[in-house]
Design a protein around this ligand. Structure first.
Ligand SMILES: Cc1cc2nc3c(=O)[nH]c(=O)nc-3n(C[C@H](O)[C@H](O)[C@H](O)COP(=O)(O)O)c2cc1C
Length: 302
């Protein structure tokens, strides 16, 4: 997730139970120009273990070249291709969900990337307005060499609004033989179990619910394994988790690369006194002071 799943955050998610994480989307053209920002987004660290790099772009050749460079530099465990981003900046370059109208181009991109590297290639799509067009895209992705497909059950037009439609994902699961990863509105164990059962998918992908709440992976895992409902962490545990994250950001020299106020604010979601805690973050750029302020308010039990 752009501006979310930096190296530090992915490691935090792994520590709290995520099986596998994928980088922020990385621009293929920027990789060809050796752009340090794009290369930094693609990098991992030993503690993370297996991880995926997500690439976006519109040109099959440059996408393939970028995949070859990323393979040589970072040896990720997979490279994912973004066919879902609905932002106007990405779509105006013909990338992300702009490609969903061109199944043949999608085929060429996946084929070119698959041929450029030995690393498994996956793709992530959004659904289209009708099931036949959606199934055609899924079939193209499978036949062009991808080894798994993630499906966000919203159309590009929906952005992040409305409710994810997992019926299309279920139909895709029946249609293709590669593993399908269902995505959209999975926020807790019962929802995860429902989507797994309903779609018949092989894996689940969690997006927004993991922002500021990496423990969600452990809670969902416990529910799926033994039906146990684990309570969400209380204020002090949330702040311990945030403190771990801030340390990781410092370790990887990422403090100045993220919006600290926004990232810290995500950890406060649902806490009593969240509003007061959020206002204490305003204008503060020092991780130590952020934690000090939040701990004080938390201990006041506001
Ligand atoms: C801030 C933000 C950044 C995102 N960046 C990406 C991205 O870089 N690549 C991608 O495939 N999806 C991206 N997404 C979409 C999510 O991966 C996911 O598909 C979507 O949020 C639906 O899942 P959810 O309901 O679990 O959040 C982003 C979403 C958000 C909110």
């Amino acid at each position: 997730m752009a501006d979310v799943t930096n190296r530090a955050y992915r490691i935090l998610c792994k520590r709290y139970g995520a099986d596998y994480c994928i980088t922020e989307m990385v621009n293929a053209d920027a990789i060809l120009h050796a752009d340090s920002g794009a290369l930094g987004r693609a990098e991992s660290a030993d503690e993370e273990g297996p991880y995926g790099i997500q690439l976006f772009g519109s040109n099959p050749e440059t996408m393939g070249e970028a995949a070859a460079i990323l393979t040589e530099k970072f040896m990720p465990s997979s490279i994912d291709i973004n066919f879902g981003c609905p932002s106007s900046a990405i779509m105006s370059c013909g990338a992300g969900s702009a490609l969903l109208g061109s199944p043949d181009k999608i085929y060429s991109i996946v084929e070119s990337v698959s041929e450029a590297t030995e690393i498994p290639i996956t793709a992530k799509i959004r659904i289209l307005d009708n099931i036949d067009d959606t199934l055609e895209i899924a079939r193209k992705i499978e036949s062009s060499g991808a080894c798994a497909l993630a499906v966000h059950g919203r159309t590009a037009k929906m952005g992040y609004s409305g409710v994810a439609n997992h019926e299309f994902t279920r139909r895709i699961c029946e249609e293709v033989s590669i593993p399908v990863i269902a995505n959209g509105d999975i926020v807790d164990g019962p929802k995860a179990a429902e989507v797994l059962e309903y779609t018949g998918c092989q894996a689940l992908m969690i997006g927004r619910a993991a922002m500021g709440d990496p423990d969600i992976f452990h809670r969902i895992g416990s529910y799926l394994e033994n039906g146990e409902i684990v309570q969400a962490p209380a204020c002090e545990d949330k702040l311990t988790c945030l403190s771990e994250y801030l340390k990781l950001l410092e370790e990887f020299d990422l403090v100045s690369h993220v919006n600290l106020q926004a990232h810290s604010g995500w950890f406060l979601k649902g806490l009593k006194g969240a509003r007061k805690m959020r206002s204490s973050l305003q204008g503060v750029r020092d991780p130590e002071i952020i934690l000090e302020n939040l701990r004080r308010i938390c201990s006041e039990g506001v």
